[in-house]
Design a protein around this ligand. Structure first.
Ligand code: DAT
Ligand code: MG
Length: 138
């Protein structure tokens, strides 16, 4: 096995729509383990670090503003190849095209036209996971 840890965020839309439990249920049903959990209101400093790779892109400002708009639930999740596996559970970035059966495909597809309102974040590589877990869980 290849046990990894990843950072999952339930974004402000997921928390506001009371989908935290449903998202956690899907993660646990897959067999992944919840290692740590915290709920917080993220500030700009944290979000700028978290989304540093996207700075300067046209969607960066609306993305950061959205992520600041309400509480976030941060999850440290462990499992065999969980980094790739959670991305697969989440579905593609744009909820409009995310496949049925995925978190975004099932739960975010009718949430309007804003791509940033896609319910969850998941780290995209071992390097990102290590960096992001340090940011959100210190
Ligand atoms: P992901 O969250 O699937 O890893 P990403 O890292 O490319 O996607 O982008 C981070 C977030 O930014 C994403 O969850 C939603 C938003 N976003 C990405 N591309 C976008 C676009 N073209 N228009 C608006 N928002 C976008
Ligand atoms: Mg990403």
């Amino acid at each position: 096995t290849d046990v990894e840890e990843t950072l999952v965020l339930v974004k402000p839309d997921g928390v506001a729509r009371s989908l935290t439990g449903e998202i956690l249920r899907r993660i646990e049903a897959k067999g992944y383990s919840l290692v740590d959990i915290r709920m917080l209101q993220a500030d700009r400093t944290l979000l700028a670090q978290h989304y540093a790779e996207h700075e300067g892109k046209p969607f960066y400002e609306p993305l950061v503003e959205f992520m600041e708009s309400g509480p976030i639930v941060a999850l440290r999740v462990a499992g065999n190849r969980v980094i790739e596996g959670f991305r697969s559970l989440a579905g593609t970035t744009d909820p409009t095209t995310a496949a049925p059966g995925t978190i975004r495909g099932d739960l975010a597809r009718d949430w309007g036209l804003k791509v940033q309102q896609n319910l969850v974040h998941g780290s995209d590589s071992p390097e990102s996971a290590q960096r992001e877990l340090a940011l959100w869980f210190g």
